[in-house]
Design a protein around this ligand. Structure first.
Ligand code: ZN
Length: 221
């Protein structure tokens, strides 16, 4: 199970893990969107709930995930991304997995929120051509001006510090109870500091931790 706030690089680490272990990544967000897109009965029920401003119920999310885990490509293991989202989902998942030879491991990418806010605040976009710039790794030749068309660069709404902080607080409120649930249930948990290293460095530490763990036997590595 992979947990990480917006800006923690969770998507990148997830891709690294898929490539390394050769097991599928299961994203409940992607699965729900796919049901809505293709108009299945589940998708129609989700769309109706979302229109009414309701949450997708734990029961439905769990059934989707458990059904997915029974597919043959999950036999050697799987990476859960964006799930479980509530302690209730986590508790039922543990019950279901207890009947299988699965060993659960939580990887929690921990980041300093001030670092993420500063990183986002350093981003600029060209309103003309959409090119992204960044105060640290991709500066424009002339400060504040697009290299390609000379337009004045802007801060995106989503990158404004108060917007980023609100998203991080929301993530925290949602995820903390789930992390606490796993901590108290004795599931193996690796908390990786993802604030001040490159994505390959962070992945290297994840690999070291996992390789030292008995679960790697099950993953066939
Ligand atoms: Zn431009």
């Amino acid at each position: 199970m992979l947990f990480g706030s917006p800006g923690s690089g969770k998507g990148t680490q997830s891709k690294f893990l898929v490539r390394w272990l050769g097991i599928p990544q299961i994203s409940t967000g992607d699965m729900l969107r796919e049901h809505v897109r293709t108009g299945t009965p589940i998708g129609k029920s989700i769309a109706a709930r979302m229109k009414a401003g309701e949450l997708v119920p734990d029961r439905l999310v769990n059934d989707l995930v458990f059904d997915r885990l029974r597919q043959p490509d999950c036999a050697r293991g799987f990476i859960l991304d964006g799930y479980p989202r509530t302690p209730e989902q986590a508790a039922e998942m543990q019950e279901v997995l207890a009947t299988t030879p699965t060993t659960e491991v939580v990887i929690h990418l921990v980041v300093d929120y001030n670092v993420i806010i500063a990183r986002m605040a350093g981003r600029r976009v060209c309103p003309q051509c959409g090119t992204l710039y960044n105060a640290i790794s991709n500066r424009p030749v002339n400060a504040g001006v697009c290299d390609l068309d000379g337009a004045t660069l802007e801060v995106r709404e989503d990158d404004r510090p108060e917007v980023v902080r609100a998203r991080l607080n929301e993530y925290d409120a949602l995820t903390r109870p789930v992390i606490d649930f796993f901590r108290h249930s004795g599931v193996k948990m690796f908390e990786e500091n993802a604030s001040d290293s490159t994505p390959p460095e962070i992945f290297g530490r994840i690999q070291t931790n996992l390789a030292a763990d008995e679960f790697m036997e099950l993953a066939g590595k």
